[in-house]
Design a protein around this ligand. Sequence first.
Ligand code: PRX
Length: 583
Amino acid sequence: MAMHHPIIHKPGSFPVPPNIADHEAMRRSFGWEEIERELDWLPGGGLNIAHEAIDRHCAQGRADKPAMLWEGKDGERERYTYDDMRRQTNRFANVLAGLGVAKGERVFTFMERVPEIYFTFFGALKAGCVIGPLFSAFGPDPVRDRLENSGATVLVTQPALRKKIAAILPQLPALKHVIVVNRDGRSKEPLAEGDLDFGELMAAASDELAPLSTTRDDYSVMHYTSGTTGKPKGAVHRHNSVIQQYATGKWCLDLHPDDIYWCTADPGWVTGTSYGMIAPWTNGVTQVVYEGGFSARKWYEIVARYNVTVWYTAPTAVRMLMKSGADLPRSFDLSSLRFVASVGEPLNPEGVVWGQEAFGLPIHDNWWQTETGAILVANYASMDIRPGSMGKPIPGVEVGIIDAEGNELPAGENGILAVRPPWPGMFQAYWNDQERYDSRFQNGWYLTGDEASRDEDGYFWFVGRSDDVINTAGHLVGPFEVESALIEHPAVAEAGVIGKPDPIAMEVVKAFVSLKEGYEATDELRRELMRFAREKLSPAIAPREIEIIDSLPKTRSGKIMRRLLKARELGLPEGDTSTLEED
Ligand code: PRX
């Protein structure tokens, strides 16, 4: 824990009063019933995320309020009111019913950030299905693994993306329907045999829907996330998570009804659903959705054009904005901004402070993960910021630092970041993997896989991951998934994958491989392996660097020692190597 930067003191009064006036006082008195009362619920006590995010606003006089201001990557602009969202999501729920898709079935999306992904997401939730969004940059392998593991029966995708994964679709016997969104007839190619046309199905479906029937305990959203060993696991949430997503939108992003909000995360990752869909719309704000990727100029343009007031982004993006300089933001009118937050990786103190220079606002770091469903530790609008700290736990949840035996550690000591279960957004399962789910709990705590410390005043400080999971630009990458892809190449005998520190992306994926007999370590082969991995996986998670070595360090039981690879890469002491295999 190091505090090199002075505390950023918050003023006593604000133009827009923060939703949390005094965090400490609120933590002492808060009970979740307070937030539960602010939700609408279904008649009879049920709960449905889509109802809370969309329908209730229509019933409460906000039908004509813009919910989504969409800008496509080619500059197209579309605007959808809450009532438009209600009708489109009703339609998609009816489409699913018409296809005979039952409650609890897994519906997956493999799409860009187009409006249809939002209709599909909430439509599937209205139908009682479990919705699993996949990152559109994925190659065929990650898509196959996730659809196979979840037993998805429906896939909604777009023509070019469908083409990318054509070869794996016949390997998925559970998949009954492939629905293709051909926006404005962008693709001229005919549908593949057996595929369904999203536009036609929607046009034929009613925009009114029978009453919803989900309960707080029904499964809702599923995101695959990487662990140390094995393939990614499907973290499953339930409708109950909306309670915390709504609350944290209000507390940690300080959303007020008049806000114009922009979350830069893709729905293929949990930030893009919890905070790019559920939190903003349950709070009734107008949300900007930009289909394109990062560009400093374009991003400032979006903030200025839409008068964005609350902006939620990621440390890698902040570092890229920093790289483009503090003059660029000054050439835009960014005065609409009121609150800026970031998540996904540690936000350097310099990033927090740079926000002040560029926007006149510090950047508020907060912490959570796929399994937690929603923010758990945050810097609040009204609370002084200690640059480099993730902030303090939200009201209603206990977060602690524990040792390997599950005992709580005092302030100032590094340990495992742990959460006292249950909390409203807590994941309920890893799909079909009870054992792994259970392994995340110990001594009455949920173990996050992160190491951190807490200071005397209750601020939490991130130290690092306690496992081999790599965090590249906010995307968690399981080394095993990358290693599995690499060893499918005929030249590769073994692969070991680590995160290599990087000034912008925090870490980049680096692979060490050894070759089979008869192959030579040439530059050409290295390039070929990079291409191979990018095509199979995705440029986002494929190795940025591949080094060919004679053999990989292994334990006596044959496990590749990634930690040793990493220590060697960083020129650090190799630590305890007593279990190392003897040649
Ligand atoms: O290691 C922590 C890091 O990202 C992990 C969660 O990643 P994921 O499950 O993909 O969830 C993304 C939604 C936030 C954490 O276990 N992480 C997240 N936020 C921070 C962070 N590390 C440091 N500081 C943060 N604010």
